[in-house]
Design a protein around this ligand. Structure first.
Ligand SMILES: [Zn+2]
Length: 184
């Protein structure tokens, strides 16, 4: 499907349902590529919500806004295709608006982030125009959702990011926001 042998985020969500006896988990994937494997895994699953924001049209070709799940999982998949050239402000506005509505509907007890950093402006593969500070903004939005619905329970898993000079400050920005939330 993509670049990974194992989908760590999907496994974590399944484990949370099976072993921790949670009823609802939200996966948010802000990697620049559509999370096609995660979407497939939970396509008919009403317990695991999946929100992917990604460049579109782009590899792997999936992730249009009309892909919303099926059967009992209808409506628990939300795709936000982003056109190349979008402004950072529009990206953030679309993402946060949709995230809040989706989270209010799903009421997750755990939030898991597929944290890819390949939408940074200087990423050689994704390059969707984001700056380092934008990953702090994304992180804060997810922390708010976790606090509002999941008693602050938030797990983040590193995914894409292909500029070795840009990846460290992006990850550091992300971790700094997570640590701030942890200290509160
Ligand atoms: Zn990616």
């Amino acid at each position: 499907m993509g670049f990974c042998l194992f989908n760590n985020v999907a496994i974590a969500a399944r484990m949370a349902i099976a072993k921790l006896e949670l009823d609802r988990v939200l996966i948010v994937d802000w990697d620049v590529h559509h999370g096609n494997g995660t979407q497939d895994t939970f396509w008919e699953d009403e317990q695991v919500g999946f929100l992917s924001v990604h460049r579109f049209p782009f590899y792997p070709g999936t992730g249009d806004s009309d892909e919303t799940g099926s059967g009992p999982g209808l409506g628990t998949t939300l795709n936000l295709p982003i056109t190349f050239g979008i402004s950072r402000r529009d990206y953030m506005q679309q993402f946060t608006n949709q995230l809040l509505h989706f989270a209010d509907k799903l009421k997750p007890q755990l939030v898991i982030i597929s944290a890819g950093f390949d939408s940074h402006r200087l990423d050689p593969i994704g390059s969707l125009g984001l700056e380092v500070e934008d990953f702090g903004t994304l992180t804060k939005a997810l922390i708010d959702v976790a606090n509002d619905h999941a008693e602050g329970r938030l797990v983040s898993v590193l995914e894409g990011g292909y500029n070795v000079d840009v990846l460290p400050p992006c990850v550091a920005e992300h971790l700094t926001e997570l640590l701030k939330a942890d200290a509160r």
